[in-house]
Design a protein around this ligand. Structure first.
Ligand SMILES: [Mg+2]
Length: 130
């Protein structure tokens, strides 16, 4: 493996780590704090995002990856908005469901963020490595 391949492999790993943290935030809430560490799931997503930015910038510094044009980012945002609207039309995303989920999740998020509401059984369900 060359150094460049090694760095590109790290890009792939950091992408997976961002995805993993997003998955945990969806499963347990953005404000949940996993046992044995101090950060919320939202903060941990951004930590992994910072790791991703770091390795991408290193690759850009070696001309392995080019700079990204701002218009591509804006174009993606517009595309996401279009598909979000389409998903609402399909009935797979609705404001009512989001509000209900948010209301149902709030007490859980609040309890998890305090880090003291987990019973031993709940902690066992959410070990530090998960
Ligand atoms: Mg990482």
């Amino acid at each position: 493996m060359t150094e460049n391949e090694h760095l590109l492999e790290i890009v792939a790993e950091e992408c997976v780590e961002v995805a993993q943290r997003i998955s945990k935030a969806l499963r347990f809430g953005t404000s949940e704090i996993q046992p044995n560490q101090p950060y919320t799931n939202a903060e941990r997503v951004m930590h992994e995002y910072a790791d991703l930015i770091a390795i991408v910038e290193m690759c850009q510094g070696r001309s392995l990856l080019p700079d990204v044009e701002r218009w591509r980012i804006e174009e993606k945002k517009a595309k996401i908005d279009r598909f979000l609207q389409y998903a609402r039309q399909c009935g797979t995303v609705t404001e009512a469901v989001q509000a209900t989920n948010a209301a149902n999740r709030a007490p859980l998020d609040q309890g998890c963020s305090q880090g003291i509401s987990l019973t031993a059984a709940q902690t066992a369900e959410r070990p530090s490595g998960v």
